[in-house]
Design a binder for this molecule. Structure first.
Ligand SMILES: [Zn+2]
Length: 483
């Protein structure tokens, strides 16, 4: 991606993440699995707020949110309250959203968390809230030109965790790294399937030196965030360069056209008239509860990277790349069971495979390869059967066809040649074709490299270099002796 000048840039993120691991919604027993259902069939009186219906808090939602809070180094207050955020908008039938609030006596689910980037820089996450998802709106045509809006309440009431960072990012790249780490943590916790459509949404606020704060809403995947931010930096810089002031406003990210569009100019914070949700009693999260959640936590990506370094002797960098996606880390560990050289294996997966996937815009799942493919690849190289250079040919062929690397190597004749008889006859040929080079090599040891180079060239680098070196020097020594 195009790198730009990011001086004076300040970015903050607000991430909404559905807890797709839950069977039911946050305050009722309607199923969490709303996707693919006909509109307005996955609802009950509670989630559409008919008179007399009462919310009941989903206990598992609290446990899963606590796992996220602990993984993100948050403090969890002992008392948990819900607030009503009042607004008139068709995406909440009851005209308020049950959420949490950090003012008026309210406390968020958790406070003062952080994620540390690879550079050691700490990104502060001020608060995390538990709240219900609103309904999904759709338009006929684009958001700007539509004359009709459709409302589907199937999603209303789904459990959301809202994570709000401080404006600590100084570039879109840092924001991407943060989101990569966050998504790996959520994957390792198995609380949210980020591949499901609509399971994450992101808002980003961005300001540049001397400019006002612009908020970009509705970024529907982590991958799009960096793109939207890069667009905004270019847009704001171009305004400033023409002497136009950047206004404080809310903009929408249009994924198809890859631009942001102005939604509304914001004069001041909207007043949602928050007040405590009287239908839900305050919940006490005891120290014992937090301890129990902590004990039940699976291994997190940072710990896993450390274990990879220790158990498999990987470099810190390789380990970090492997744990960036849980699926890749799992794949590596499975392959390591079949491999004699985990370090070699780690480098094929973290370096060569990643380069290929980036170049062709593919994912590991799409390649339909098994851990055994990569284990065999690593074994072939570490045993000296194939040189790393020649192995690269087999590797690319393996990724393209799904064939096992050894059979590719055999078919393409990639095996290292250490058969001395063959190498001897090759030396005969090279020496007779290059008499001057042989004369030079007899006088100057450095000139031997030319002859070795000819041997490698004739075999496309497949001759075992140690064998070639030894035999060429023996032959030269014999020629000197017979003079
Ligand atoms: Zn319901």
């Amino acid at each position: 991606m195009h790198e730009q000048d990011t001086e004076g840039v300040k970015i903050g993120l607000e991430v909404h993440c559905q807890l797709t691991s839950l069977a039911t919604k946050l305050f009722c027993s309607s199923p969490s699995d709303y996707r693919g259902k006909p509109p307005n069939t996955n609802i009950c009186p509670v989630c559409i707020g008919t008179p007399g219906s009462l919310p009941v808090l989903n206990r598992k939602a609290v446990t899963h949110a606590a796992m996220i809070a602990l993984a993100l180094n948050f403090k969890i207050p002992e008392r948990m309250l819900f607030f009503r955020k009042n607004y008139f908008y068709p995406d909440m039938a009851k005209n308020f959203q049950i959420t949490q609030y950090d003012r008026a006596g309210g406390v968020p689910f958790a406070t003062d968390g952080h994620i540390t980037l690879d550079s050691g820089k700490r990104i502060r996450i001020g608060r995390m809230q538990l709240e219900e998802d609103p309904a999904k709106l759709s338009y006929d045509g684009t958001i700007e030109s539509s004359t009709q809006t459709f409302v589907d309440y199937n999603r209303a009431g789904i459990t959301l965790v809202e994570i709000v960072t401080d404006p600590d990012f100084e570039s879109p790249r840092e924001a991407r790294e943060f989101l990569n780490k966050l998504s790996s943590i959520l994957e390792h916790l198995s609380v949210s399937d980020l591949n499901l459509e609509g399971s994450v949404r992101c808002d980003a606020n961005i300001s540049m030196a001397g400019g006002r704060r612009v908020e970009v809403k509705n970024i529907s995947s982590f991958k799009e965030v960096e793109r939207a931010l890069n667009f905004e930096i270019t847009r704001q810089r171009s305004l400033t360069s023409k002497g136009i002031k950047v206004m404080q406003e809310t903009r929408h990210w249009d994924e198809i056209r890859r631009i942001t569009i102005s939604l509304r100019l914001k004069e001041e914070e909207q007043d949602y008239r928050y007040f405590p949700e009287a239908d839900l009693v305050p919940v006490t999260l005891t120290k014992q509860f937090v301890q129990d959640v902590k004990k039940g936590m699976p291994e997190m990506p940072e710990e896993r990277a450390k274990r990879f370094q220790k158990d498999y002797h990987l470099s810190g960098e390789t380990a970090q790349i492997l744990v960036r996606e849980k699926a890749l880390a799992d794949f590596f560990e499975e392959a390591a069971k079949h491999s004699k050289d985990a370090r070699q294996l780690g480098s094929w997966l973290a370096v060569d495979l990643q380069a290929y996937l980036n170049e062709y815009g593919k994912s590991l799942e799409e390649l339909k390869l098994t851990p055994k493919h990569f284990a065999e690849m690593a074994n072939m190289v570490s045993s000296g059967e194939v040189s790393r250079g020649a192995a690269k040919t087999a590797f690319v062929e393996m990724l393209k066809t799904g064939r096992m690397p050894r059979s590719i190597s055999e078919e393409k004749g990639l095996k290292v040649i250490s058969d001395t008889g063959f190498v001897e006859s090759l030396i005969d040929k090279i020496f007779s074709e290059n008499p001057q080079a042989v004369q030079d090599a007899l006088k100057d040891p450095k000139a031997v490299n030319f002859l070795l180079g000819q041997i490698m060239r004739a075999t496309k680098g497949r001759v075992d270099p140690a064998v070639a070196n030894r035999l060429v020097r023996e032959r030269l020594a014999a020629a000197k002796g017979s003079k």
